[in-house]
Design a protein around this ligand. Structure first.
Ligand code: FCB
Length: 460
């Protein structure tokens, strides 16, 4: 499939690849890193498939120079990575681990030297276990702890990193971590989950304020997981169920950030479990951001259960599904982007994650062909192009993910990378989609001047 099929994007459009610390770094006991809730969760029998852990992962902690070289070969403008809080503050607060800061310092320099802009996420789910032991996200004290952590990281990297994401997918951190218990720390209380969501949003607001002060050139955003909820039928029940889910999963996060209020229809369903909101909280949460990060993979078809509550609708026999069981539905990304523009008017949008897991295997010649992933990217990037043509201010796109990696409860069983990782040897094998993406970026660039990295990006 040719990358020339993709529409021409604006000259300053940012092409990138995304990752997250726990999913790729490994070196769990090196460099002074403390324990994270995901280390503890992985060590708890039955929580993660196959007993997989983040102990080694892709060994990015040691192999990052080789991986940055691959990024350069790929030709990306930007690399999205996250910072592991337990590497910086092994006990969550207090003692700063310089070795942890040094690691991200070297990574940032390596990226800038190769003309790649760093997009740093402060929190991609690896909370220091020491903070979970104090109550985790449901305990309001965590907002101060996150502020201290942000201050330290911004102080060290802010002279070279301009693009910051405060949180990755607070919905997943709160709902899967504290309500469903399927992600670390594995708790199951609705009141705790709602308190966690509020404190995550407050931590976001705090970090925005700190980054603005500490990094005058900062461009700050947050990455939310967003996808259309489509009613399984036109019945009132299915439509209401879809609205209900949209409230809990989207508007619960979008409304406080962009409008400074929680959605009334969700609040009325919470009974006594509404989170403790103090005076000034919503002002802090709604501090203006520079961009919204959109993580999108699929859509969800929603039917009403007997009590009206939402549940997954029937699968479309005509549709194709990825190895995660997620429907390939590129029009959903277009629909979502137009909706975000119309309802929330973010000043700018980056697609901070988009990609697909398929059961990749190495051929006899050692190569990995992944035409389904290429077709997926082609269709989704086309949807982004259509949104741009409609005037939605999308300024960049990051594939999830650069490397096959630790896919949370699925362990290493799900491969999202455009680079195959042979886990026994840690060898990297660029897949067909890597070369396709490389050619797409090159074709997009043919008519544009090279993107310059930040003016502050000289090596210290
Ligand atoms: C997102 C996560 C990311 C990865 C992808 C597949 O929800 O942010 O870490 O697991 O899904």
């Amino acid at each position: 499939m040719s990358s020339d099929n993709v529409t021409q994007f604006p000259a300053d459009f940012v092409w990138g690849a995304a990752t997250a610390s726990f999913q790729i770094e490994g070196a769990a006991h090196e460099g002074g890193r403390g324990e994270s809730i995901w280390d503890r969760f992985c060590a708890t029998p039955g929580k993660v498939r196959n007993g997989d852990t983040g102990e080694v992962a892709c060994d990015f902690y040691h192999r990052y120079p080789e991986d940055v070289e691959l990024m350069q070969e790929l030709g990306i403008d930007a690399f999205r990575f996250s910072i592991a809080w337990p590497r910086i503050l092994p006990d969550g607060r207090g003692r700063v681990n310089e070795e942890g800061l040094d690691f991200y310092d070297r990574l940032v320099d390596e990226l800038l030297e190769r003309g790649i802009r760093p997009f740093a996420t402060l929190y991609h789910w690896d909370l220091p276990q020491a903070l979970e032991d104090l109550g985790g996200w449901p305990n309001r004290d965590i907002v101060d702890a996150f502020g201290e952590y942000t201050e330290i990281v911004a102080g060290r990297l802010g002279d070279r990193v301009e693009h910051w994401l405060t949180l990755n997918e607070p919905r997943v951190a709160a709902w899967l971590g504290y309500l469903q218990g399927t992600h670390a720390p594995g708790r199951t209380s609705r009141a705790d989950a709602l308190a966690a969501s509020h404190h995550l949003l407050l931590a976001h607001g705090r970090a925005v304020e700190i980054l603005r002060r500490a990094v005058p050139a900062a461009t700050v955003g947050i990455a939310l997981d967003l996808h259309p909820f489509h009613p399984a039928s036109s019945s009132d029940g299915d439509r209401e169920a879809a609205t209900w889910l949209d409230g809990f999963e989207h508007r619960w996060f979008l409304d406080p950030i962009f409008r400074g209020e929680y959605p009334a229809d969700v609040l009325t369903r919470l009974d006594g479990d509404a989170p403790p909101v103090h005076d000034g909280d919503l002002e802090s949460i709604s501090a203006p951001i520079d961009f919204l990060g959109v993580n999108n993979y699929s859509r969800q078809v929603v039917a009403a259960g007997p009590d009206g509550s939402p549940r997954e609708g029937a699968r479309d026999p005509e549709a194709s599904y990825t190895d995660m069981g997620w429907e390939v539905y590129p029009d959903g990304l277009f629909e979502l982007l137009v909706r975000l523009r119309d309802e929330y008017a973010p000043p700018s949008i980056y697609i901070t994650e988009n990609g697909a897991a398929f059961t990749d295997v190495r051929g006899h010649d050692g190569s990995v062909r992944d035409p389904e992933r290429v077709a997926f990217f082609e269709a989704y990037i086309d949807a982004v192009g259509r949104a741009v043509a409609e005037g939605v201010p999308v300024h960049g796109y990051f594939v999830w993910s650069l490397l096959d990696n630790f896919e949370w409860t699925w362990g290493y069983g799900k491969r999202f990378g455009i680079v195959y990782v042979d886990y026994p040897t840690l060898e990297r094998v660029p897949k067909g989609s890597f070369y396709w993406y490389r050619d797409l970026i090159a074709a997009q660039r043919r008519d544009r001047p090279p993107v310059s990295v930040s003016p502050a990006s000289t090596r210290r």
